[in-house]
Design a binder for this molecule. Structure first.
Ligand code: FAD
Length: 307
């Protein structure tokens, strides 16, 4: 029951100010977001890569209000890519981007987001890596998929994310599996109405399995974005049934969640990519992590009370 309340708070400016100003918030935030700027994050990238893990990097931020902020978001990714260049990690360190941060919700936002994300995709390709477009709330997805298709004309490795909780996703998965796309499948992290999404956990899990089967049997590259032990085991079985080799799909988890499981899968020879977010505008990202697991909120509340 707490999840939807926290997700509602994630869109509230008043809660943003209250929580961001609390002195202990930072300690809890650090578990999920290991740095505020690019200098903090380069050693984290090196450390994860040395442990045999791959990365997808997210400069946190969303809900921007003007085109200058969208351009600044683009520039922060360009700076990151520039700093990753000497590490020569290739696709072992790719980028994840939220189109809202590139201006998608502003006037003329579709074109603005496309024009801001394209240079990031180009710069990533120059250092031998790729970009994946994150999925945000359901109202943004037609634009996201259209931008994905447009980018794939020049950069076919550009990936996108689909969310198992949405009714539309089975059809999206069939289309993307047939056209050979890289696709990350997640359960979905936004507050969605019952008119567009499954709200029941078991229904979401069942949809996840159906969609993953479609991706595994298709022509594309499935990326299993989940910490759920059951879905990870099913993912391995579906990959096996589809005759996929270990480098023909991958697992993805978030930084700070189930680190031992990440190492275990990598040690077994799986491609294991860690979604690593950094930056100062961490509020929305952090609140979605709290909403996913009530124990995180209890930990957060306890640290505030004992301070
Ligand atoms: P759950 O059933 O939620 O969790 C399974 C188990 O994992 C839990 O029992 C717990 O042990 C652990 N766990 C899960 N979440 C947490 C947490 N926050 N803190 C501590 N433990 C936890 N969603 C989007 O809507 N759009 C995206 O673009 C997107 N990108 C993602 C990228 C990656 C790599 C991943 C892993 C997730 C992404 N998500 C995205 C979030 C996703 O939609 C889910 O909200 C999130 O992954 C939790 O679902 P789960 O599959 O891990 O299963």
């Amino acid at each position: 029951m707490l999840g939807p309340v926290i997700l509602a708070a994630s869109r509230s400016d008043r809660m943003r100010r209250l929580i961001s100003a609390a002195p202990v918030t930072k300690q809890v935030v650090d578990r999920f977001i290991p740095g505020e700027d690019v200098d903090d994050i380069v050693p984290v990238v090196q450390g994860l890569a040395e442990r045999g893990l791959e990365l997808t990097m997210d400069v946190v931020g969303e809900d921007i209000t003007n085109p200058a902020q969208a351009a600044a978001a683009r520039d922060s990714y360009l700076e990151l890519i520039d700093r990753l260049k000497p590490l020569e990690l290739g696709t072992r360190a790719e980028m994840s981007v939220k189109l809202s941060m590139f201006g998608q919700a502003l006037a003329g936002g579709h074109e603005l987001a496309l024009s801001n994300v394209r240079p990031v995709v180009e710069a990533a390709a120059e250092i031998g890596t790729t970009v994946t477009l994150d999925a945000e709330d359901h109202t943004t997805l037609d634009s996201m998929f259209a931008i994905h298709e447009e980018l794939r004309k020049d950069f076919p490795q550009t990936g996108c994310v689909i969310q198992a909780y949405l009714f539309r996703t089975e059809a999206d998965a069939r289309r993307l599996a047939a056209n050979g796309s890289r696709v990350r499948l997640v359960k979905g992290a936004y507050k969605e109405p019952a008119s567009v999404a499954y709200l029941d956990k078991h229904e979401i899990d069942r949809a996840y399995v159906r969609i993953l089967r479609t991706l595994m049997q298709g022509e594309g590259y499935p990326m299993i974005g989940s910490h759920d032990p059951r879905l990870i085991a099913i993912g391995q079985e579906l990959a096996h049934q589809a005759g996929r080799k270990l480098d023909e799909y991958e697992f993805q988890m978030l930084y700070g969640i189930r680190g031992e499981e990440q190492s275990r899968l990598a040690a077994e020879g799986h491609r294991m990519r860690v979604y690593t977010a950094y930056g100062t505008d961490w509020y929305g990202y952090f609140m979605r992590r709290l909403a996913e697991k009530p124990a995180n909120l209890r930990f957060f509340a306890r640290s505030m009370l004992t301070k």
